[in-house]
Design a protein around this ligand. Structure first.
Ligand SMILES: NC(=O)c1ccc[n+]([C@@H]2O[C@H](COP(=O)([O-])OP(=O)(O)OC[C@H]3O[C@@H](n4cnc5c(N)ncnc54)[C@H](OP(=O)(O)O)[C@@H]3O)[C@@H](O)[C@H]2O)c1
Length: 266
């Protein structure tokens, strides 16, 4: 499979280099103004050298405000037979389709930054033109950098953005706060951070084991009148933590909807 990336920054290169490493794709041609060292993709500064080359997949991984101009400028010969995947936040398939003048089936992907360590989580939505074989191919590619999930409605990508797209930052904030609490209890800052981060990793590994019930996991470490119970009672007082999380994710969800609405006008 030959893949073209337009934009090979943080997200683009993390995904592309992982695809090359797993052998799922044969070649990656990457257009990006930046020359990054140690990349396996072949880098080009513009499309000129590739103008007659066909690709199976074109991944657009530039900032959202550049997606439409990039899509519109793709030459017909490059688009022919290709599926276009956009990872840009807030650019709807309708907007992308319009910019591409309906030349290719389009997929919208919402990955998150843990794709950088092959533990990402990607929400996917495709228009009706994507056939089953191509759909399976796209799943396999995104599963190689974590896990992928197809959505039945595009609007659900706003919820995916609020939960997993922005989610790594929530966990980082929780770890930061937990480490800070450790310092207040007398631990040195490095040890406090190591304890908080390693605990996040351990908890995530337990949560992602098959047939795991998260409430059971919590109950198993919460003996009546024990130390964990004392902390959980504080979190649960007036549903304080849950209410905060619901309010925070609603804010992210509404912002994602707002950005999609703005980008529809591009
Ligand atoms: N970071 C995340 O957590 C995350 C998660 C999900 C989705 N995304 C989406 O992924 C996209 C890329 O984000 P990122 O964090 O990877 O950004 P990034 O590191 O800035 O990467 C984008 C790259 O594309 C280059 N570029 C700009 N215009 C170009 C053009 N016309 N042709 C070719 N390359 C061009 C940029 O160069 P210049 O810097 O010179 O412009 C930059 O190197 C965004 O649309 C974002 O919404 C990001």
């Amino acid at each position: 499979m030959n893949v073209l990336f337009i934009g090979y920054g943080r997200i683009g290169s993390a995904i592309g280099e992982a695809w090359l490493a797993t052998g799922l794709v044969d070649t990656i041609s990457a257009i990006d103004p930046f020359q990054l060292p140690d990349l396996r993709a072949t880098r080009y500064v513009d499309l000129q050298a590739l103008a007659q080359q066909p690709f199976d997949l074109i991944v657009i991984a530039v900032k959202p405000n550049k997606v439409c101009s990039v899509a519109a400028s793709l030459p017909d010969a490059i688009c022919k037979g290709a599926v276009v995947i956009s990872v840009a936040a807030g650019i709807t398939t309708q907007t992308l389709d319009h910019a591409l003048a309906r030349r290719c089936p389009v997929v919208r992907a919402m990955p998150n930054t843990p794709v950088l360590v092959n533990a990402g989580c990607t929400g996917l939505y495709a228009d009706a033109r994507l056939d089953d074989a191509r759909r399976a191919q796209v799943s396999q590619l995104f599963d190689s950098v974590g896990r992928s999930y197809w959505l039945g409605q595009e609007s659900l990508l706003d919820a995916v953005t609020a939960i997993s797209g922005s989610g790594p930052a929530y966990y980082h904030l929780f770890t930061e706060a937990l480490a800070r609490a450790g310092v207040l209890l007398g631990l040195n800052p490095q040890l406090a951070q190591d304890l908080a981060s390693q605990t996040a990793l351990g908890a995530a590994r337990q949560q992602t084991q098959e047939h795991t019930n998260i409430v059971d996991l919590r109950s198993a470490v919460t003996s009546p009148n024990g130390t964990t119970a004392a902390a959980i009672a504080t979190f649960e007082q007036d549903r304080a933590l849950r209410r905060l999380i619901e309010a925070a994710t609603l804010a992210a969800y509404l912002r994602s909807q707002e950005l999609s609405a703005v980008n529809l006008d591009i």
